[in-house]
Design a protein. Structure first.
Length: 600
């Protein structure tokens, strides 16, 4: 990315339970739900959603609703509700954490929530607090601390019966391993989370797992597999009428195609996102697409087109200024004017942006600013200042242990020191660059092995799934065979009852159960096929079953009546008695001859 881009504008706004369309409608729905709330839990829920909605749009209103949410929870004196409110507020800041201050606030709320959960001995909420703390630590570049928090959450989740918690704990652990570059462990935890989420069939859990899988495959530059998961997520969102998620998915798909250098497809999806934003009347979200298109132009070296497009989108500039992110706007102008050779304008905007990045920027944002500002100095021939900012960028890379950042800084410092004639320093940076490049080459080889292991792991999981399905199929077949044998035995017993001196009432009872079992078994066999044909649509299942039962019920009664009547008739008793004594034998004197007269 060549233009500093804030976290997706309004990516996390709105409750997943709300299926309204449109920016105004969503805002109105949130306010309406808050007005209808009658208990502290509902009040906290909708106050939190409104705080999330307004963050980045109107930070003052977001802060007001956040305070109201915390006040409502505090006044309830319900420890669980207070902790949930603090975690919700932490999530607000993390989701929009384009400044160090937001990350700090999110971490502070998470820690306060953990202290209260620990004092109240609420283990499930303690686990959730650790998940939030891990997220804050990773955002700060504190990888080991983040991994420790994730492990605490996983340990607690094992003894707690909550699928949502277990899925989130697995995902947290996977993300911590991914930040630590232990990608196979990351994959295994993501896969465990996905398996559990798919068993629950809960939309939000499955969606979050797909997002993790997309990020994981993006980290491997396995663009095709990442796109597979994104398409799956898009399909699931459409089936569940989650068009807001479809909108987010278009931008995500555009980023994947851009990463794969398929710029035409990337632009197509960004344009789709813009069109859908208009259709849903959620126009603020398309600002993300505008920024992505600017970056797309820069990635393809179309600098004039990037500047022209950026100048055209006045609403984007207005939003960044209103949302307190004008320093990102200034950095963007500085970069764009540098690329088109307007250095005086570039210098003005970089100088204006620098104090804000130094004060508010997260470490990745600072790195990005230092590198773009250094490019400006390099193009204007001020190599000492270019070196100064690349050294600051290198320090950031070392702080967060990013090989990519360190290699980029070392390569530029090598060439810049050569230009200034400081060959000793240039040699040191060349050595550093080669050292880290060798490490990256080894990581590349490991990445190839990792992808092979991931494929192997996936195949193993698929085999295990196939084995489970085969075991289920075998178990069901055995049960079907057992049921068939049982029904056959009942009918044999019914026929035998007709062959001996058994009361008509007994035959009727056996006949009743025999035909009940037979016809229920027929319905059982039809049930699987009905669900397969209708894809589980309730109204279709009901309609087919009504028709099926309307056909089988009269047949059931008719067959039962005929069979029982036949077996209880005197004719069959006479014939059975003849079989008992033999047709050529004399009838014993003790048996009345009248019992064997043909009365038909």
């Amino acid at each position: 990315m060549l233009f500093a881009q804030p976290g997706n504008i309004q990516q996390n706004s709105g409750s997943p339970e709300i299926k309204t369309k449109g920016e105004t409608r969503l805002e109105d729905s949130l306010h309406q739900n808050l007005a209808l709330a009658t208990n502290p839990y509902d009040l906290v829920k909708w106050q939190g959603e409104l705080a999330e909605y307004y963050i980045g749009i109107d930070n003052k209103r977001s802060e007001d609703f956040g305070k109201k949410m915390l006040e409502t929870a505090e006044s309830s004196r319900d420890r669980k509700l207070i902790i949930l409110a603090m975690l919700k507020r932490a999530g607000n800041f993390y989701d929009n954490g384009n400044t160090q201050e937001f990350v700090r606030k999110g971490t502070e709320f998470s820690q306060n929530a953990l202290d209260m959960a620990r004092n109240s001995n609420l283990e499930e909420l303690m686990a959730w607090c650790y998940i939030y703390l891990s997220r804050g630590a990773r955002a700060n570049g504190e990888i080991e601390k983040g991994l420790g928090y994730s492990n605490h959450a996983m340990s607690l989740s094992i003894s707690i019966k909550s699928d949502s918690l277990k899925v989130s704990a697995y995902n947290s652990l996977g993300s911590s391993y991914l930040y630590k570059k232990e990608k196979l462990l990351a994959y295994r935890n993501y896969l465990a989370a996905l398996d559990l989420a798919e068993q629950t069939n809960k939309y939000e859990l499955v969606k979050n797992c797909y997002l993790r899988m997309i990020d994981f495959n993006r980290s491997l530059e396995n663009w095709d597999r990442a796109k597979d998961y994104q398409f799956r997520l898009d399909s699931m969102a459409r089936k569940n009428n989650r068009y807001y998620d479809v909108l987010i998915g278009y931008n995500s798909m555009g980023a994947l195609y851009a990463g794969a250098k398929q710029y035409d497809f990337a632009r197509m999806y960004y344009d789709k996102a813009i069109a859908l934003s208009d259709t849903l009347e959620f126009r603020i979200y398309k600002l993300n697409s505008y920024l992505s298109i600017v970056n797309l132009y820069l990635m393809s070296n179309q600098y004039k087109e990037a500047l022209a497009y950026f100048e055209e989108k006045k609403e984007l500039r207005d939003f960044l200024n209103t949302a307190g992110m004008g320093y990102l706007l200034d950095q963007g102008y500085g970069s764009l004017y540098t690329y088109v050779g307007k250095y005086d304008s570039a210098a003005y905007y970089f100088k204006k942006a620098e104090p804000y990045f130094e004060t508010y920027g997260t470490k990745p944002y600072k790195f990005f600013f230092y590198t773009t500002y250094s490019d400006y100095f390099k193009k204007t021939g001020d190599f000492k200042q270019a070196i100064h900012y690349w050294e600051k960028a290198e320090a950031i890379g070392k702080q967060i242990n990013s090989f990519d950042m360190i290699i980029m800084a070392a390569a530029n410092l090598d060439s810049l020191n050569t230009m200034t004639g400081d060959y000793q320093k240039a040699y040191l940076y060349k050595t550093l660059h080669d050292k880290y490049r060798d490490s990256v080459d080894n990581l590349t080889k490991e990445k190839d092995l990792l992808m092979a292991e991931v494929d192997s792991e996936k195949q193993r999981a698929e085999k295990m799934q196939a084995a489970r399905m085969e075991e289920t199929r075998r178990r069901h077949n055995l049960q079907y065979m057992g049921i068939t044998a049982a029904i056959a035995s009942i009918f044999i017993l019914l026929v035998m009852a007709g062959a001996f001196r058994v009361s008509a009432q007994t035959i009727k009872i056996i006949g009743f159960f025999a035909f009940i079992f037979l016809f229920e078994f027929i319905i059982l066999l039809a049930d699987n096929q009905i669900h397969h044909l209708t894809h589980g649509e309730p109204w279709m299942v009901l309609a087919i079953k009504i028709v099926l039962i309307a056909m089988l019920l009269p047949l059931h009664h008719w067959l039962e009546e005929k069979a029982v009547h036949y077996l209880t008739s005197k004719s069959i008793l006479r014939l059975n008695r003849n079989r008992l004594f033999g047709r050529g034998d004399k009838i014993p004197a003790s048996v009345p001859v009248e019992n064997f007269k043909d009365t038909n």
